[in-house]
Write a protein that binds this ligand. Structure first.
Ligand code: 5MM
Length: 336
């Protein structure tokens, strides 16, 4: 493993003012997104939509890297150039989601474990040859009646560490994504407790499996009240609890933390990221605190586009604007 090379890529992904676009929706997820705008999820539509995002003028001021899905990794744009090459030519770093999704966890009633480890070593070699520089794997932890179980947290943490070790062996920077879902009516302290337990287990497993933290990034949820909770916590409370949780669990050798938006509205995700970065300055947080948003960056441009070619420029303007404000939030300088 060339740790220096891994660490350089990880650091570039969280360079000042920059964060990551998560455009790695699997076929089922992108269909849901397209359904919301009444567009068929055909290969051509998916390609056209994503190409529009990747070719937005000067968006690389704010976007360091883009996470792709397997299909996109192999597609060419309208100009015949591979989308991976287009991303690189436009000053951004291509990455790839390598998990195969959350599947029912044996012996559990409702929980899931993320699969995709079988054959991963060979797939990683192929993705590196196709131009990927980093990888991502998402484990899902749900809060509900008697869940999450320690069993679910442990199995997902173990898989995340196996993915991370294999990625580093292949010369790819792993983005480790343990997502505690915001679905539910739980309060922010419950989210804090579950996130803390999850992150502790993830870093325990990463240590056990010899993962070099300097060559990784963490993609966690923010510590939030459940989506349907009464009296949802304010942005200031989100910042305080998120930072306290991370300070307690994430080693300082990790170069950066790139939050997912997780179903928050784009505005809520921006305001909370801004608040976290403002608070981080006085807390002397040791890592870069940036973003790896899917919906938080794409909700507006997706709507603007609505599958109509003539809307492409307006969609690009909208994507640029979301990237610009999210970049400001990543610096703690956003103002509505
Ligand atoms: C949690 O989802 C990740 C971040 O996106 P949001 O900011 O919208 O929450 C995202 O990277 C996710 O892992 C991908 O979209 C892939 O999801 P699926 O469910 O298609 O594997």
């Amino acid at each position: 493993m060339n740790l220096q090379a891994l660490s350089k890529i990880a650091t570039e992904l969280v360079a000042p003012r920059k964060g990551i676009l998560a455009a790695d929706e699997s076929s089922g997820t992108i269909k849901k997104r397209f359904d919301s705008i009444g567009v068929d999820s055909t290969e051509t539509n998916r390609r056209n939509y994503r190409e529009l995002l990747f070719t937005t003028n000067n968006v690389s001021q704010f976007i360091s890297g883009i996470i792709l899905y397997d299909e996109t990794m192999r597609q060419q744009g309208n100009d015949g150039v591979s989308l991976v090459k287009t991303i690189t030519n436009n000053g951004m770093i291509p990455g790839i989601k390598v998990d195969k999704g959350a599947k029912p966890l044996a012996g559990s009633r409702t929980e899931t474990v993320t699969e995709g480890l079988d054959g991963l070593r060979e797939r990683l070699d192929e993705y590196r040859e196709l131009g990927a520089k980093f990888t991502k794997w998402r484990g899902v932890i749900e809060i509900g009646d008697s869940i999450p179980t320690q069993y679910c947290i442990n199995t997902n943490a173990h898989a995340l560490a196996r993915f991370a070790a294999l990625s580093q062996e292949a010369g790819l920077v792993p983005i480790v994504e343990p997502e505690v879902l915001m679905d539910g009516t739980h309060d922010i302290d419950t989210c804090m407790q579950v996130t803390k337990t999850t992150l502790r287990e993830v870093y325990y497993e990463l240590g056990c499996q010899n993962v070099a933290l300097e060559g990784t990034l963490l993609k966690p949820n923010m510590v939030l009240s459940g989506k349907n909770a009464d009296n949802r916590a304010s942005a200031e409370q989100v910042a305080e609890k998120t930072l306290a949780c991370l300070m307690n669990t994430v080693p300082s050798s990790v170069p950066g933390i790139v939050f997912l938006s997780g179903g928050q509205s784009d505005e809520e995700a921006t305001i909370n990221l801004n608040s976290i970065n403002k608070a981080a300055k006085s807390a002397a947080a040791p890592w870069q605190l940036s973003f790896s948003y899917g919906r938080g960056l794409q909700a507006s441009p997706l709507k603007e586009w609505s599958g109509i070619e003539g809307n492409s420029k307006a969609a690009q303007d909208s994507f640029y604007q979301r990237a610009e404000v999210t970049s400001a939030a990543r610096e703690g300088t956003y103002s509505a």
